[in-house]
Design a protein around this ligand. Structure first.
Ligand SMILES: [Zn+2]
Ligand SMILES: [Zn+2]
Length: 194
């Protein structure tokens, strides 16, 4: 496993700056890997891990850097829940652990370094020093991953019967007797301008 400093350096490069969220994300991901006994996520253990993240913020980039799990590799799954938490799934053992950041860590950072006025600086330092149990809640969980969720899944593509666009990974939905994409089934996040 890379050291905290090595991971922080990688995270800083990938994210564009170092911030409290990066430090927290690096620690969170390192803890997840440690609990699963995954030592070399970029080498020997490269295909062992799937990570679910629950927020799209600074910490998320750090989690991706430490674990090597990326959206484009289908190894990083995003659940838009607004929570600084991630679940690490070991495909080899079938074990999974969810690690979430404790609300109390901000107050602890303040107690620990009252001499630092800047909140980000204060938390950046404290998040390096605080123990895992001060920073995180850990839960062993079960995650069921059907084949279409796994990297490398090759399935048939379905064509949406309304818009004609191709749909991968069994994401089509049956709606009024038709096979449709999510947008045509009424879940579009966009509105076409005519
Ligand atoms: Zn940031
Ligand atoms: Zn469609």
């Amino acid at each position: 496993m890379k050291s905290l400093d090595e991971n922080l350096r990688d995270a800083e490069i990938a994210h564009g700056h170092l911030c409290a969220g990066q430090v927290l994300g690096v620690r969170l991901a390192m803890r997840g890997l440690e609990l699963l006994g995954i030592d070399d996520p970029h080498g020997a253990d490269r295909k062992r891990l799937i990570t679910f993240v629950e927020i799209d913020r600074c910490a998320t980039d750090a989690v991706a850097v430490v674990t090597g799990c990326r959206l484009g590799k289908r190894a990083l799954k995003f659940r838009d829940w607004g929570k600084v938490a991630a679940t690490f799934v070991d495909l080899q053992s079938g074990r999974a652990v969810r690690v979430s950041a404790k609300e109390s860590s901000k107050a602890l950072a303040k107690q620990m370094h009252p001499e630092i006025e800047n909140k980000n600086q204060q938390q950046m330092l404290a998040y390096r020093e605080l123990s895992n149990s001060d920073l995180f809640t850990e839960q062993w969980v079960r995650v069921t991953l059907p084949p279409e969720e796994l990297p490398g899944y090759k399935g048939e593509r379905v064509i949406c019967q309304q818009c004609g666009e191709g749909i991968n990974f069994q994401r089509e939905v049956r709606h009024d007797g038709k096979l449709l994409c999510h947008a045509c089934a009424g879940e579009a996040y966009y509105e076409e301008i005519r």
